[in-house]
Write a new protein. Structure first.
Ligand code: NAP
Length: 537
């Protein structure tokens, strides 16, 4: 890969995951000079970093992939319903090679600052390798879940055993055989990793603060006939996912309320969807995420599944979520998660009742004084979601305005795409866009296409400067909040709300109106002469 970049380019792109790579391809197609900086030693973003055993995507592989080059879609053969991390990474590598993208990617390099030069009307982008590049446009393709976070546990630095975070997993195989392992965190990453660790460790302690709802994946190999059927109709399937679904995935949906059917019918429907596996379960009824009583019917069903699997009633009770609704935090999808707690070498530790007081030289001590001696601690403690990756960069816009200051009370961006005060700076799947609430590849393609449309318009009209109007941004932020407030998702303590980071503003970070409606909003904005944006030559 290229290790140097020209000093003056049209577009500086931050991040070489799904978003950055497609953005680079798009810019090339417009005849713009573009370059990508990537912190990792290879392309792949999320799928480069999250290499923990068991890591796989819980969106179906035939849908969680690019659609912008139909030939690539046809020639790539996914092997499983839910692809593993190595398979997704191999796929991204394949696309990058196939489109010859890597020559414009500089790896092992973090963008540390991006400063808008008012006089020149250009961005000055600095990296941790001392490089400074000038670009007319900057595009943050930094990912929504890329700022891995270990909570500030007292004593962490004194621990002498091994430590890992799921989001920065080593490239070599980690050997847990014969070891006493502790894992903190039972979100999507923990739920995938825990069964794998249990297979290998001498003993596994799972430190759980909040129990997770988890739906079985029912993963399986993809047979040729199924793939063939998909491929023959791929264009139409993709169109439907883009334009006619709330979350960018072809799920069976209904307009029925959970409360308008009998308890028996509901039970049958929940059983049917549980047997299909994956996220479909939450689409059983239209009101599961807006009506607490409807949600409770689905939550109750999911709770009963836990009790039917976990043999020790006390452990089952601890694993059962009671104080938030199903789907109001990002639901987990698992293979053998709950059954893992029946193993003799697995102990569930309730760190809600007695929080972690400190990490000692040799393990973990809880506030009730109990101690756990551990050879390795795995942090499955999540990410500073959506805002973390851009705020890790020192971004300064017009008249010295810092993005950290501007977003101090929560992110503000028009369509989740651009922020007033930061001309010519775009974010792909940024806060205020649907991003994490569905198939993120669908959202990435939509944002990259939209940015492409804007850049093409500017080229054609001889414009060099774009900024969203403050009124349009204020109205969008208000709309994002209003839509979120109608859902139950604002009621749970989740990373959707910034609640996983002490001190982070509690605002809902994504547009919850659906990728279908979001696309319509964006298309209307374009059709209406790029309503809400100011341009200059
Ligand atoms: P997460 O959902 O934020 O889970 C973090 C876990 O760590 C939670 O159980 C949290 O407990 C716990 N935790 C954090 N701080 C703690 C503390 N001080 N003491 C005790 N426990 C603590 O993070 P994640 O599992 O990495 O998942 C993040 C997102 O990445 C997912 O929601 C999903 O969108 C994506 N992801 C997707 C897949 C997939 O497609 N299969 C796989 C992995 C990740 P609390 O709940 O009490 O805060």
């Amino acid at each position: 890969m290229s290790d140097s970049a020209s000093r003056q380019i049209d577009v500086a792109i931050i991040g070489a995951g799904f978003a950055g790579l497609y953005m680079l391809h798009k810019c090339r197609g417009l005849g713009l000079s573009a370059h990508v900086w990537e912190a990792g030693s290879g392309v792949g973003g999320t799928w480069f970093w999250n290499r923990y055993p068991g890591a796989r995507c819980d969106a179906e592989s035939l849908q969680y992939s690019y659609s912008f080059v139909p030939e690539i879609e046809q020639e790539w053969r996914w092997t499983e319903r839910y692809a593993t991390q190595p398979e997704i990474l191999a796929y991204i590598e394949h696309v990058a090679d196939r489109l010859d993208l890597k020559r414009d990617v500089t790896c092992n390099t973090k963008v540390t600052a991006a400063r808008y030069d008012d006089a020149a009307g250009l961005w000055r982008v600095s990296t941790d390798k001392g490089e400074e590049v000038t670009a007319r446009f900057v595009i943050g393709a930094t990912g929504a879940l890329s700022a891995a976070r270990i909570p500030e546990f007292k004593g962490l630095e004194s621990y002498t055993g091994e430590t890992y975070h799921t989001g920065t997993w080593p490239h070599h195989k980690v050997d847990f055989a014969g070891k006493r392992v502790g894992i903190i965190g039972t979100g999507s990453s923990g739920v995938q990793l825990i069964p794998m660790l249990a297979e290998e460790a001498a003993h596994l302690h799972v430190f759980q603060r909040t129990p997770a709802y988890s739906i079985p994946a029912h993963n399986r190999p993809l047979d040729d006939a199924y793939v063939q059927r998909w491929n023959s109709n791929a264009a139409e399937f993709r169109r439907k996912a883009r334009e006619e679904t709330r979350n960018g995935m072809l799920y069976e949906t209904t307009t029925k309320s959970a409360l308008e059917v009998s308890a028996e019918e509901r039970q049958r429907e929940y059983e049917r969807r549980w047997a299909i596996g994956g996220g479909q379960f939450l689409y059983a009824y239209a009101d599961l995420l807006v009506n607490p009583a409807a949600n409770e019917t689905a939550a109750d069903f999911a709770r009963a599944q836990i009790r039917s699997i976990v043999t020790d009633p006390k452990v089952a009770a601890l694993l059962t979520p009671t104080d938030y609704g199903i789907g109001t935090k990002r639901p987990c999808v698992d293979t053998d998660y709950f059954a893992t707690f029946n193993r003799p070498n697995v102990t569930l530790v309730d760190v809600n009742a007695a929080p972690i007081a400190e990490i000692t030289e040799t393990g973990i001590r809880l506030e009730d004084g109990s101690t756990y001696e551990l050879d390795a601690i795995v942090f499955a403690t999540g990410f500073d979601a959506l805002t973390g990756p851009m705020l890790a960069i020192d971004v300064t816009g017009r008249s010295g305005l810092s993005l950290r200051e501007k977003w101090a009370e929560g992110p503000r961006a028009y369509l989740g795409l651009m922020s007033n005060g930061f001309p010519n700076l775009f974010t792909v799947t940024g806060p205020g866009s649907p991003s994490v609430l569905g198939n993120v590849v669908v959202s990435i393609e939509q944002h990259v296409d939209l940015i492409g449309t804007i850049l093409a318009h500017m080229q054609k009209a001889g414009l060099t400067w774009i900024e969203p109007e403050k009124a349009a941004e204020d109205a969008w932020v208000q709309r994002v909040n209003e839509i979120a407030a109608k859902t139950l998702m604002t009621k749970a303590k989740s990373w959707y709300m910034g609640a996983n980071i002490p001190g982070k503003p509690r605002v809902f970070l994504a547009y919850a109106g659906g990728v279908d409606n979001y696309r319509k909003e964006c298309d209307a904005m374009v059709a209406d002469g790029f309503r809400g944006f100011s341009f200059a030559a």
